[in-house]
Design a protein around this ligand. Structure first.
Ligand code: ATP
Ligand code: MG
Length: 727
């Protein structure tokens, strides 16, 4: 490939970056301006023009998916397989290093990585062995402490607890935890980075080797690096490597996890002769989407300041949809995607982005109902999440004591002093006598094989299940779910854990109550009993529905995991005060800026069409909230917005299905009803019968009305075709 074709498809500024002389460089630019493209082309340039070996290049991306894409893009540009080149995430690359030099890293050859759940379990055992009360020292807090210290590059020996007993104990937990990981050859995520950094510091010959080797280091999404990642690159680069970093301060969204925007500034100070190149043309989005995003982010203080422009046409306005509730919102989104799909659009071109994982449940149900394939990206589906499985475990055991899987799951969750030894006796008795675990317990207690504390603990557990079974027998399903979450101790357990993740788990548990409340008994399952039917519904939902990697499917993901990606059609759902920005961010003032950056990230994922929706009332986390539209919506200048409809206030309940009085949305009313129909008026359709107009959109030929039919529910109809009669 010749030089000119390497620079094809790049603008002047991009070319300047791609073809710059070997040096340290910061490419600072807003979303969609081609930063990732520049990085990729730069790698190709280094090989093709500067004649550098792929062996001398180290490229760091933010996710494995991005790494795979970058490898693919480079291969396309240079036309050869880049199998041996080091492209990956910080964790992936550091891991590779540790595998290669396990002895220098003081690790056994067979060392294993533990994920965050394993880490937590290990910590629980350690707390017990140290006789520390989990209430006073929630394992998750200890986990946060340890990972936080590791992210800062700190070992126990570097930490001074300052004579504070709590700090002293946390430090001790860290120490014991680390010893036990080392004995067992286990490495957690933060440890991977820390050890890789220590490898540089403790083994100068290795550092020298890699410094000699990696003459070119390139890092994408630099605004989200943390202290140890920065240090790792800094040491590796030394004074010899050429480092190109690309980033956007407006897209820094991991401050809560220790990322430091200041690393962008630090780079300019620490890396000699570093120059800054700014890219200003956006190639991703229409002018409307781009200008609206620019207007939102302009509300943040202390920005490095970048202006983005596009040559693209205005495109469609941003459609803002005000839903009655979360179900209406889901229905709307799925409806739009279905229309798009029917017109030949592919599902994978559509993405739905949300602030909280708990929002996915209602959307998932709507997709299942419509029979459209969807995929949750970077997260577990609702019924597969740990805390939901815990709560459902109790419900399953209440429903059927012989459900062994449920028994295993919850017998000691939350911890109630049932040890592994006791469990082993129960398991082997069950095996020998072909009993279920529950039955085995009954017989072990009757025959006094289990005695003392073990018998008491098992007895207590069984009594709890029986009592819950009796007490909840006549309860409505959602009350039962609520009761079970409380009495099982799950809520208290997760509440004690503090932190973002624990908060999300509690939110999900509350959301389970909502799911139970909205559960409608399918007619064909009437004989089964509501609890049983609900459990099967959950089991089916967990196992089915999710499309595999090769099926064309709508992408559902949190705003965080959408970073760096782009889609022709994007829906941002649940854009309400208290949800986005989140309540937590509102309570802590300084986090509002990060939420706004997250909004900017979300909006700038859209290429052609952006929908933003919010619900006036939302059942989420087990509560019903009434919220106002997010301040971020109000920050979008009206000229870029199309309010999708002027709506009637339709409540979900049947009795209120036909409102006497229609109210008109007050915010940014757009267009006027020239469909000849009025919200609230009664109409008749030749096929669907009688109904009430609940909203409309568009005008003339394209005018559509939404009608709530008595027998057929809600339907959108083209006025020009529907031949509605007024009555
Ligand atoms: P983000 O900040 O969201 O990570 P980015 O700055 O990394 O965005 P890219 O993903 O590299 O942006 O580019 C955005 C889109 O614009 C991509 O589809 C890319 O192929 C396209 N693009 C970039 N530069 C050009 C160009 N000079 N001509 C045409 N298309 C371009
Ligand atoms: Mg990018």
């Amino acid at each position: 490939m010749d030089v000119s074709s390497l620079l094809d498809g790049l603008n002047d500024k991009q070319r300047e970056a791609v073809g710059a002389p070997l040096s340290n460089m910061l490419v600072l630019a807003g979303a969609g301006s081609g930063k990732t493209r520049v990085l990729t082309h730069r790698i190709a340039w280094l090989m093709q023009v500067e004649q550098q070996s792929p062996y001398s290049i180290l490229a760091v991306t933010f996710t494995n998916k991005a790494a795979a894409e970058m490898r693919e893009r480079v291969e396309k540009v240079v036309g050869t397989n880049m199998g041996r080149m080091w492209i990956g995430t910080f964790h992936g690359l550091a891991h590779r290093l540790l595998r290669t030099h396990y002895q220098d890293a003081n690790l056994p050859q067979s060392f294993q990585i533990i994920d965050s759940d394993d880490q937590l379990r290990l910590l629980k055992r350690i707390l017990k062995s140290l006789n520390l009360d989990e209430k006073q020292y929630p394992p998750r807090q200890a986990q946060g402490y340890i990972n936080g210290k590791k992210d800062q590059g700190l070992r126990p020996k570097h930490i001074d607890a300052g004579g504070f007993p709590i700090e002293q104990n946390l430090l001790n937990i860290y120490k014991v935890y680390q010893e036990s990981c080392d004995r067992a050859g286990l490495v957690d995520f933060a440890e991977i980075l820390l050890r890789a950094h220590e490898l540089w510091l403790n083994k100068p010959h290795l550092l020298a080797h890699y410094q000699e080797r990696f003459r070119h280091i390139l890092v994408d999404e630099f605004q989200d690096t943390n202290a140890i990642q920065y240090a790792w690159i800094r040491v590796l680069a030394g004074n010899t490597a050429n480092v190109m970093i690309v980033g956007d301060d407006d897209q820094s969204i991991y401050g809560w996890r220790g990322a430091q925007i200041e690393n962008l500034h630090r780079f300019l100070k620490d890396f000699s002769g570093a120059t800054t190149i700014r890219l200003e043309q956006n190639y991703r989005s229409t002018a409307n989407i781009l200008n609206a995003s620019n207007a939102v982010i302009a509300n943040n203080p202390d920005r490095l300041g970048k202006e983005l422009w596009t040559e693209d046409k205005d495109g469609e306005p941003i459609s803002v949809y005000c839903a009655f509730n979360e179900m209406d919102e889901a229905k709307f989104i799925v409806g739009r995607i279905s229309d798009w799909h029917e017109k030949g659009g592919s599902l994978s071109e559509c993405a739905i982005l949300y602030r909280s994982n708990a929002q996915s449940r209602v959307l998932e149900e709507a997709f299942l109902h419509k029979g459209l394939a969807y995929r949750i990206y970077g997260g577990l589906r609702f019924f597969e999440r740990q805390e939901i499985k815990d709560a459902m475990g109790y419900m399953r055991l209440i429903n059927n004591q012989n459900d062994d899987a449920a028994f295993e799951r919850v017998v000691n969750t939350p911890a109630r002093g049932i040890g592994d030894r006791t469990l082993d006796i129960i398991r082997s008795t069950a095996r020998q006598h072909e009993l279920t675990l529950w039955q085995a317990c009954v017989s072990l207690i009757e025959e006094k094989v289990l005695a003392g504390r073990a018998a008491n603990a098992i007895n207590g557990f069984m009594e709890l299940i029986i009592a819950m079974r009796t007490d909840t027998a006549d309860m409505l399903l959602y009350r039962m779910a609520d009761d079970v979450i409380d009495r099982s101790g799950l809520r208290t357990m997760y509440e004690a854990e503090k932190g973002e993740k624990a908060q999300a788990r509690i939110e999900n548990l509350n959301e389970l109550v909502t799911a139970a409340r909205s559960f409608e008994m399918p007619e064909e399952l009437e004989d089964m009993g509501e609890l049983n039917a609900f459990l099967s519904h959950a089991a089916l939902e967990a196992g089915e529905g999710q499309a595999d990697a090769f099926t064309d499917a709508v992408q559902l993901m949190t705003l965080h995991s959408a970073k760096g990606l782009e889609f022709p059609m994007v829906f941002m759902a649940g854009v309400e005060e208290g949800l986005f920005p989140s309540k937590m961010a509102l309570d802590e003032g300084d986090r509002l800026d990060e939420e706004r950056r997250l909004c900017y990230v979300g909006m700038t994922r859209a290429m052609q069409k952006l929908y933003i929706s919010y619900a006036e009332s939302r059942r989420i986390y087990g509560r019903e909230d009434y919220a106002s539209p997010s301040r971020f919506i109000n920050e979008i200048p009206e000229k870029f917005v199309e309010q999708i409809r002027i709506r009637a206030q339709v409540k979900p309940s049947v009795s209120q299905r036909f409102p006497a009085k229609a109210t008109v949305a007050t915010k940014k009313p757009h267009g006027f009803n020239d469909t000849g129909h009025k919200v609230g008026s009664k109409v008749k359709h030749f096929k669907f019968g009688e109904g009430v107009v609940t909203s409309f959109e568009g005008s003339g030929e394209k005018g559509r009305v939404q009608v709530e039919f008595v027998d057929f529910g809600s339907k959108w109809l083209l006025v020009s075709l529907a031949k509605l009669e007024r009555c």
